[in-house]
Design a protein around this ligand. Structure first.
Ligand SMILES: C[S@@+](CC[C@H](N)C(=O)[O-])C[C@H]1O[C@@H](n2cnc3c(N)ncnc32)[C@H](O)[C@@H]1O
Length: 269
């Protein structure tokens, strides 16, 4: 880290903490349910703040503990994302009660294990599949640490929460085998969070948009740049590739139903 970045982080850290504490001290303004999801499309910034409040005030404790486990401490993070995304996943899962879930881009298993934990707590049978190279493979905007067995680590994280072993496909999402696996069934809920370069995100959307069932949902990560969302200083608006892709989604086939920060949710008609 350069000296300038280090000095900036000394100022930024406490400011981020203060912004989070302010929201954590407030009660949510609206229930996080489908009746209120539409608000997030007209006021994504306000809706994001409410999702942060829900994390602290209404999210079931085991799911909050799960986030604490993956968020870890600086330099020892097991997962990306933001606290508000646990509110998002809990809300989506409670709403559509999926029987199948697919994630592209697993990293260390935060989201697939969250979904599996939700299923365990709610006594729901749920098929969980993750497609990822399980290596430090990154993209134009992301670098991941080397020297870690991502496959073994993901399984270790599942074991920590005493969850059933998921299906892990060790491949790039653009590999023919991975594409064939996605297309081999229909899915209730899909999360696209792999390679953030436009060409790859576009290919992921094409194969997933065909494979998700009518009424099913696709969550597109890092796609907030093409919206009016203005994140608090501890959050991010996303990346150019997925944000551009989001502008190209065929609205005759998909309707946008929810935005929580840089995660946008599309329902297949
Ligand atoms: C941002 S991380 C995913 C974080 C994870 N979804 C979570 O919430 O914890 C992106 C992951 O995608 C993986 N990845 C990179 N290129 C990929 C590709 N072409 N197909 C699938 N995954 C890819 C990376 O190695 C990394 O593990």
């Amino acid at each position: 880290m350069s000296i300038a970045r280090y000095l900036l982080s000394l100022v930024e850290g406490p400011l981020k903490e203060r912004a989070i504490k302010r929201l954590a001290s407030q009660q949510p303004q609206h229930p996080f349910n489908r009746e209120n999801w539409g608000r997030s499309l007209t006021d994504p910034t306000g809706a994001y703040e409410d999702a942060v409040r829900h994390f602290y005030h209404t999210l079931p404790q085991p799911l909050r503990d799960h986030r604490v486990y993956f968020y870890g401490t600086p330099g020892k993070r097991r997962g990306f994302g933001e606290h508000a995304f646990h509110t998002l996943w809990n809300g989506l899962l409670n709403d559509i009660k999926p029987k199948s879930f697919l994630e592209i881009g697993v990293f260390r298993g935060q989201v697939i294990s969250l979904v599996a934990l939700w299923a365990k707590i709610n006594g729901q049978a749920l098929q969980v599949c993750g497609i990822s190279p399980f290596s430090e493979a990154g993209d134009a905007v992301s670098k991941y640490q080397g020297g870690l067995d991502y496959h073994e680590d993901t399984l270790k994280n599942f074991a920590h929460f005493q969850l059933p072993v998921p299906e892990l496909v060790k491949a790039y999402s653009t590999d023919p085998g991975a594409k064939a696996r996605i297309a081999s069934q229909t899915w209730d809920l899909i999360y696209i969070d792999g390679n953030h370069d436009y060409d790859v995100a576009r290919q992921d959307w094409e194969v997933c948009s065909r494979a998700v069932r009518p009424g099913g949902l696709i969550v597109l990560d890092d796609s907030g740049l093409s919206t009016s969302y203005q994140p608090p200083r501890f959050a991010s608006r996303g990346h150019p590739g997925p944000s551009k892709l989001a502008t190209e989604i065929d609205r005759k086939k998909f309707v946008e139903v929810l935005q929580v920060g840089h995660n946008r949710v599309f329902e297949k008609k």
